[in-house]
Design a protein around this ligand. Structure first.
Ligand code: TRP
Ligand code: ZN
Length: 869
């Protein structure tokens, strides 16, 4: 690094000196020399301003004009263009040249395979032309695109197609006009040759919307599920939120090279093909569900993100937390609410809590940013959604929807802040959220400790809740938060005990606002069973010393499915923790019969939804377990988790076998009930893989599978249990799918998570597999990302080979694609959580990276925080 990249602070926000109300863009597309002409209407906002400073990066400036005349009074730096002595308002014409084929960062305009596409969020538009590339500058865009007609029959951009024509020498052009003013990050352009799936949607007010999904030629049979999901999303947003689509056309393009999941560009979403393409032969049930949720997410951004956008990037959670909340509700209303909640909670308790404990800890509304791309995090997205969900819990659906309506009334067509959102919720509901706002400024995971006392004479039950948030690397001092704690009491027959306080029946949601508070419930006839933090009503760690007996009771009697699952998880956590300590002190494991019986009971209960049974029987991941300890002992955790799994398999093999046979389905369908049965059946297979019959069963399932879910489940079971058939199945699969990168990702993930001793050696070999390409983020995440994140024993190998491997990959990606590098580095940043020897080796790799020539600011920001925390 020649000079240290500089940080921006939330507190330093100032409104722009100039704004741009209209921009007409013209693209003459060419692989290496695309010419972009931008004609902008610029208006001074601050009377004292005399210079206009525009953002720009990797651009070749060809010419600059003001009101039609060449303008020489300007200067440039590596990432800006300063134009001096400009008038009050004027037309600015900037001509630049860019190189899409050379753009491996996948930000700005780039080639994905044979197609041109763009990615402008967060700050990619400045790689297309010099501009006020900030979300509080909203302009009306027109876009003219010109390219070779044979190679690029489709020329797409935001809004409506208004004009088109043919040119000499086989070229053509199309002009688009977007009637909605938008910030530059929502701009999109796509040019290529595609197959198109067309449909339409009639909105609640009777307007017809054309729907188009563009996929690579030959992939049309993989687009219908995305289309169904889109129509479901449009309908759901009308019904649940009263929100209608606002253009006559909605386009989605699937591309293979994409840094993230998908992008909500106005009227023209660009998607990672992983979240569009699916059929029974190529996609698993999880792929189908992922598509539904991401299609929903991007669609929902049309209101929460596009119609109301963010004033500045520190407000990112305004659109992302809210839109994640909306997509979670969409999936929950269409499928199983309990299973959706469980999976979201797993993300918070696992990787999000880990992020809070890492050098990258930040509030959902960060205070300080060097590279914005580093803040598209689990905290901003997933914890951000939990914060919205807490408001929903405190206000109730009706008040919450009133808050949404007020928010749109006040802010439609503008760039808003997180405070604006909370104020709308507060004003519409009359509920005081003043203390609640701290969730936006305080980072870290609060710990809620619980003491419960029953008084048999007074017939009262006293619940004392205490909150403490440990210091995080970004913020030492912590204050009490407003934490909604949803509780329920049961008598010993499982009957619900009404909550009475001071002679009144009160809500199940207690508001913990002070460091410590005691809630006394009256008329409690017998010592109750306590179900706490129901639905995970707040993103906190719960410290409550429940007995095995209490937890086993809740696993059976808690009224709600989530609470039953959660009791099972707490029971497992108790025994896993205790056994890790035993391994560390050289004692024998102790897995009591009663633990097995509790889970056997769930397995045998015919009343429980199979999807939920599968969740209950799924052990917490090694990463989640690691989070429970001060120092993560990867080997001890791995051996305890494997031992419990093995014990469950042996003790319950008859039950697993019987269910495995009984749950066989004649036909594949993605109905939620079919998915649930398949999930449970494949969970049974995964346990049975560790028994005598494992190899035979797994091989048979692979051979007879008529869908990708069952195929991958067989391969996963062979992989985790290191079965003899593993090699043969892997070989057969790559033989079949070698030409299909998306399908091969499943195979690369199995290589990455291979528990065999030679896993890393083999991964290095697979990096020259014909289907692998380090320039493709999906491939890199599948092979390298899965190794670093989900193969802890080998990533943390005692000889440091895992760390060294990651550093090598990062060194290459630092230049080709820093955004991907910066996501991949996360496991290395957490070195302080490991033993001294591992810490030293991890730190050494970070130090090597820190002195790279041209260290990208993405990596700089994270490495600097990690080393200097
Ligand atoms: N706004 C996008 C979403 O939530 C996120 C996104 C897509 C993104 N591509 C990106 C963010 C590239 C930064 C860089 O779905
Ligand atoms: Zn989003």
């Amino acid at each position: 690094m020649s000079h240290q990249p500089s940080a921006k602070y939330r507190a330093d926000y100032t409104s722009p000196d100039f704004t741009i109300t209209h921009i007409d863009l013209d693209f003459i597309l060419d692989d290496t020399q695309t010419v972009v002409t931008a004609v902008s209407r610029v208006i001074k906002q601050n009377q004292d301003a005399t210079t206009l400073v525009l953002d720009g990066e990797d651009l070749k400036l060809v010419s600059l004009q003001i009101d039609g005349s060449e303008w020489g009074d300007y200067s440039t730096t590596e990432n800006s263009l300063t134009i001096n002595n400009v008038p009050e308002s004027f037309t600015l014409t900037v001509k630049t040249e860019i190189n899409p084929a050379g753009n491996t960062k996948l930000e700005g305009l780039y080639k994905s395979g044979d197609a041109f596409c763009t990615q402008c969020e967060a700050e990619g538009f400045r790689r297309i032309t010099f501009y006020l590339d900030r979300p509080d500058v909203l302009a009306k865009f027109t876009t003219r695109v010109e390219a070779d007609k044979g190679a690029f029959p489709y020329l797409l951009s935001n809004g409506n197609r208004v004009e088109s024509g043919d040119l000499d020498s086989g070229r053509h052009w199309v002009k688009w006009e977007d009637p909605h003013a938008k910030p530059s990050y929502l701009f999109a352009l796509v040019a290529g040759d595609f197959d198109v799936l067309r449909d339409n949607f009639v909105t609640v007010s009777g307007r017809n919307v054309e729907l188009e999904i563009f996929v690579d030629k030959g992939n049309l049979d993989r687009a219908p599920h995305a289309m169904t999901s889109l129509k479901n999303a449009m309908k759901w947003d009308e019904e649940r939120f009263g929100l209608e689509y606002d253009l006559d056309i909605y386009m989605i393009v699937a591309v293979d090279f994409f840094n993230m999941g998908a992008m909500e560009n106005k009227g023209l979403n660009v998607f990672n093909s992983k979240f569009v393409l699916a059929n029974d032969k190529t996609a698993t049930d999880n792929d189908y569900l992922g598509i539904e949720s991401v299609i929903g997410h991007e669609y929902f951004h049309n209101w929460t993100g596009n119609r109301v956008t963010c004033r500045d990037w520190f407000q990112l959670s305004l659109k992302e937390g809210l839109t994640v909340f909306r997509d979670q509700e969409f999936s929950s209303d269409l499928g199983s609410r309990a299973v959706n909640r469980i999976n979201n909670v797993r993300i918070i308790r696992g990787p999000q809590f880990a992020e809070d404990e890492s050098p990258m800890a930040h509030p959902i509304r960060p205070e300080k940013v060097i590279e914005m791309n580093n803040f598209y995090t689990l905290t901003v997205y997933e914890k951000g959604s939990e914060v919205i969900r807490m408001m929903h819990t405190l206000l109730g659906e009706e008040n919450f929807q009133a808050g949404m309506r007020l928010y749109f009334e006040r802010h439609d067509g503008t760039a808003a802040t997180c405070d604006d959102f909370v104020l709308a919720m507060e004003d519409a509901s009359g509920i005081d959220l003043s203390l609640f706002r701290r969730w936006y400024s305080q980072s870290g995971t609060p710990v809620v400790s619980v003491k419960a006392e029953y008084n048999s004479e007074e017939k009262t039950f006293a619940l004392t809740l205490r909150q403490d948030t440990p210091a995080t690397s970004d913020q030492k001092e912590k204050q009490p938060l407003h934490i909604p704690v949803d509780v329920e009491l049961y008598d010993n027959t499982g009957k619900v005990i009404e909550l009475q306080c001071n002679g009144k029946v009160i809500s199940n949601v207690l508001s913990l606002k002070e460091t410590e508070q005691t809630f006394v419930f009256e008329n409690v006839a017998t010592k109750p069973y306590l179900s706490l933090l129901r639905e995970f009503s707040a993103p906190v760690k719960l410290h409550y010393d429940a007995s095995d007996e209490e937890l086993q009771f809740l696993m059976v009697h808690a009224r709600n499915e989530f609470a039953r699952w959660d009791a099972g998880q707490m029971l497992l956590a108790k025994h896993i923790k205790a056994n890790v300590l035993k391994v560390q002190s050289g004692e024998a494991l102790n897995i009591p019969e009663s633990l097995i019986d509790a889970f056997r009971g769930v397995l045998l209960d015919k009343e429980i939804d199979p999807a939920l049974v599968a969740e209950v029987l799924t052990l917490p991941s090694e990463n989640e377990i690691g989070g429970w300890f001060e120092v993560v002992d990867v080997d001890a955790i791995n051996s305890v988790r494997s031992a419990i799994k093995q014990r469950f398999a042996q003790e319950m093999k008859d039950e697993f076998s019987a269910l495995y046979q009984a749950l066989k389905q004649a036909e594949y369908s993605i109905e939620h009930s079919s998915i649930g049965k398949r999930t449970l059946r494949n969970l049974c297979l995964n346990y049975l893989a560790g028994t005598e019959q494992g190899n035979e069963l797994v091989e048979a399932q692979y051979t007879h599978a008529d869908n990708m879910t069952d195929t991958v489940a067989a391969m996963t079971a062979a992989n985790t249990s290191e079965l003899n058939c593993r090699e043969a199945l892997m070989k057969d699969f790559s033989g079949k799918w070698e030409k299909d990168g998306l399908v091969m990702d499943k195979w690369f993930i199995l290589q990455g998570t291979n528990p065999a001793a030679n896993a890393l050696e083999n991964i290095r070999v697979q990096m020259s597999h014909p289907a692998f390409d380090i320039k493709n983020p999906n491939r890199t995440r599948s092979l390298v990302g899965s190794f670093c994140n989900n193969n802890p024993v080998h990533f943390h190998a005692k000889d440091g080979s895992g760390y060294k491997f990651l550093a090598e990959v990062l060194t290459e990606l630092n230049t080709s694609n820093p955004q991907v590098a910066s996501r991949l580095i996360d496991p290395l940043l957490k070195f302080r959580r490991f033993d001294v020897a591992r810490q030293g080796m991890m730190r050494a790799e970070l130090e090597k990276l820190s002195v790279l020539d041209n260290l990208a600011k993405d990596l700089f920001e994270k490495i600097d925080k990690a080393l200097n925390a």
